[in-house]
Design a protein around this ligand. Structure first.
Ligand code: ADP
Ligand code: MG
Length: 385
């Protein structure tokens, strides 16, 4: 009966992987936006060696060229993506291994974290011309299924939902809020659309349409709410025969999550509803952090019940599940505060991981030298001149 558990063990021993019961943390820097340039932005983030992120604070905006006045901070992640990184590179580095694991009947999840405008939706969903992780993962999944001999055997279902103000909504079939129920398989959203996917072609349009259904800000009618979390769940089911030729069912689930903006709710024109929304967003993000902390520290009690988001992700966060975080940041000094918060958060997530996975410490590169840092400052100054 506990087929899946043994399968998971087998999968782990089959392929010693850099993924496991630990969190991988990545940072993606987006290009400077036109609006930011027009507002006189300077670049305050630089990525070196594909791992190191340098954040520079211009102590005095008028004197930013003077080296003495510049303070810097250095962070290191599993990988850091400069602004020139393609969607495919981001996918291959962060998520491709998880797709492989999902095909072995394991669960995995990828989160995009960061302030509004930092590039989370671009990274996850992308555009028609530049599809993101969600679409590339599904494309890869179908390619891998086709490469397997028994491809007729695989069934792929998609569901796309939103958590907004602690309310769950179906993005593929918008309507009344969905109720979460606990059944044998765990927590399920009752009545959630399970879209059977046969190929990649139909998926991008479906997801773009779903994204249109995300809750919009009442004050900015066409903009997606920064308070809405979007979750795409890709479930793959197939049958295999065990050593005794019994047919067993394998199910793997990949959750791809575009989190709400991590910035604090703005204090302007916030009425009761807004502060309620803000509180709930904090609650969901906070609950997510607490769950991850508890899981990595091996605690018995994981506080999934604290928010709708963590209830929905209950089977995608623990055990032998693989978790990946992508922290999105802007290069502009106008977003310095948000970028610093995001990097601190990501850095903490990374530290938790290294504590739990001491054998993987060799993943971290040697810190950059002072000469590297000085070179970087010169480059930034040139660029900002
Ligand atoms: P978020 O979802 O975090 O609020 P978006 O993904 O909507 O932010 O990004 C804000 C803007 O920046 C969008 O117009 C998006 O197309 C653009 N953008 C974000 N990341 C990139 C990138 N890596 N390359 C090009 N444009 C990007
Ligand atoms: Mg977004």
């Amino acid at each position: 009966p506990n087929v899946q558990e043994s399968d998971k063990k087998e999968a782990i021993s089959e392929k010693p992987s850099r993924i496991g019961s630990r969190i991988l943390v990545f940072v993606r820097l987006r290009p400077m936006a036109k609006k930011e340039k027009e507002a006189g932005s300077r670049c305050c983030v630089r990525i070196l060696n594909r791992r190191d992120v340098y954040l520079t604070e211009f102590a005095n905006e008028n004197d930013y060229l003077r080296l003495k006045r510049v303070r810097g901070r250095h962070f290191t992640f599993d990988a850091s993506f400069p602004e020139t990184t393609t969607q495919q590179e981001v996918y291959s580095t962060t998520t491709a291994e998880l797709v492989e694991a999902v095909l072995q009947g394991r669960n995995g999840s990828v989160f995009c974290y960061g302030a509004t405008g930092a590039g989370k939706t671009y990274t996850m969903l992308g555009t028609l011309g530049n599809p993101g992780v969600m679409v590339l993962a599904i494309k890869d999944l179908f390619t891998k299924i086709r490469q397997r001999s028994c491809d007729g055997n695989h069934v792929v279902h998609l569901s796309y939902l939103e958590v907004y103000n602690e309310t769950v909504r179906d993005l593929l079939s918008p309507g009344r809020p969905l109720v979460l129920r606990e059944d044998k398989q765990g927590i399920v959203a009752a009545g959630l659309t399970q879209y059977r996917a046969y190929s990649t072609d139909e998926v991008m349009a479906l997801l773009l349409q779903g994204n249109q259904n995300r809750t919009t800000e009442p004050t900015r009618a066409n903009e997606t709410s920064s308070r809405s979390h979007a979750i795409l769940q890709v479930v793959i089911e197939y049958r295999v025969r065990d050593a005794a030729m019994n047919i067993i069912n394998r199910v793997g689930k990949l959750s791809l999550i575009d989190l709400a903006g991590s910035e604090r709710a703005l204090a302007t024109d916030q009425r009761t509803l807004r502060s309620l929304e803000g509180a709930n967003i904090n609650r969901s993000l906070l609950a997510l952090s607490s769950c991850i902390n508890a899981l990595v520290e091996g605690k018995k009690h994981i506080p999934y019940r604290n928010s709708k988001l963590t209830q929905l992700l209950k089977d995608s966060l623990g055990g032998t599940c693989n978790t990946v975080m992508i922290a999105n940041i802007s290069p502009s000094n106008l977003s310095f505060g948000e970028t610093q918060n995001t990097l601190h958060w990501a850095d903490r997530a990374k530290e938790i991981r290294t504590k739990a996975c001491e054998t993987n410490e060799n993943l971290l590169p040697t810190p950059a030298t002072e000469t590297d840092q000085a070179k970087l400052l010169l480059e930034l100054q040139k660029e900002n001149r």
